[in-house]
Write a new protein. Structure first.
Length: 149
């Protein structure tokens, strides 16, 4: 896989591993989102974050190592630009999974169309209706009171 250096960068890792490592961190994903609006100076990219400029720079170096951003330097001004090409590698890697998800969803839709009264796909397995679910647990019906009369 590669070894993680003290600065958070992966050493001796394949390009796809570097990409996933770079994308795994929410701060780096936010930085990439900012760069979708256009190139930006490091100081402007760092402004919304509650961390030091050196900490943001470490995140940016990891994005650079993955090939997701490119840097130009003009004197003391460092400007970063999004490089979208490496994301195609992720897309290519995900393609077989996309085909699986789409075929599974198509099968589920077809199965649901054969059971028009079923609102919850979990009801398909046993043939018996389940109680409505709340917060991951099965809801319990209140006890029935005996009828008077």
């Amino acid at each position: 896989m590669g070894e993680l250096a003290r600065d958070g960068r992966l050493r001796r890792a394949d390009p796809l591993t570097r990409l996933f490592h770079a994308l795994a961190d929410p701060t780096r994903r936010r930085l990439l989102n900012q760069l979708t609006l256009g190139s930006s100076k490091v100081t402007d990219l760092a402004r919304p974050f509650r961390m030091s400029l050196p900490a943001v720079s470490k995140h940016l170096r990891i994005l650079e190592d993955a090939g997701l951003v490119s840097r130009t330097v003009d004197g003391r001004v460092h400007r970063l630009t999004l490089t979208g090409e490496p994301l195609r590698q992720v897309e290519t890697w995900l393609d077989p999974f996309r085909a699986y998800w789409e075929s599974t969803l198509a099968a589920l839709r077809a199965d649901l169309s054969r059971h028009p009264g079923v609102a919850d796909p979990r009801d398909l397995g046993s043939g018996a209706r389940r109680e409505p679910r709340t917060k991951g647990r099965t809801a319990r019906r209140p006890p029935q009171r005996p009828a008077h009369g």
